[in-house]
Design a protein around this ligand. Sequence first.
Ligand SMILES: [Fe+2]
Ligand SMILES: [Fe+2]
Length: 306
Amino acid sequence: MSAANGSAYVFGRHEPASHVVIHVSDPHFLAGGARLGGRYDVEENFARTLEAIRTVHPHPAAIVVTGDLADLGEPDAYRRLRAAVEPVAAALGAPIVWVAGNHDERPALRAGLLDLEPTEEPVTGVWDLDGLRIIALDSTVPGWHHGDLDAEQLSWLADVLAEPAPHGTLLALHHPPIPSHLPLFDILELRHQDELADVIRGSDVRGILAGHLHYSSHGTFAGVPVSVASATCYTMNVARPSAEVNGMDAAQSFQLVHVYPDTITHTVVPVTEAATGDYFSEEWLERMAKLTPEGRLDAFSRKPGR
Ligand SMILES: [Fe+2]
Ligand SMILES: [Fe+2]
């Protein structure tokens, strides 16, 4: 039994997750490593995120990056992003699922990250991760910042979904099909959501991963849970009144997606440095594993003096 990250210990009702997926969003890289808006050091912030990804879980099934990979769609930005992510993905043995966002330019993304012809074709893909399927959709509209899905892409999606996957499907797209309470994101929302819902209903889609909002958010769409990962570049200070929400260089995070047979959890991982306790350890887990379930309850659940 490998217990390098503690995940192989089962003390509760659920077996360990069958798959762990890293969900990162909105790196917004710029050519030459420039600061975004002259202010945000997006490469440094992303490097800290990658360091956390490297540390938190050694064996994710995939790294999904849900769009706005580059801020202005510059070829050098994609080169730099690729150079940053690929060594980490290789070390983890995880494929990278690149998803296009409204700040991306399809031709440069296709050429720079996917070694494809630099065309305006949507950036889509299907991955089979030991029975878990990930489908990348392209919700971008060339020349615009709002989102949309045309009939061609929806019918492609319906064709792919016609055959279910053993562990079901995670759908990844940039524009989340859930509301935002911020007026600026309403203008840029995804269009043709009813048509997307028609395709998803009755399929094996178990979760939708999105970005774009620069803050973590969760909802449901056509009965399917939607999880929006915040950004790695800068985040929205949603503590402010909705009309005054603006960016801040803090609270960057990514998400751990744990896929179980009967549910999927999305865990927000703050990218931060803070003094951390050392009460729980591999050795502590081993001690717990040697106890009976009743012994564990007695050792860890019982309140002292009661
Ligand atoms: Fe973004
Ligand atoms: Fe976006």
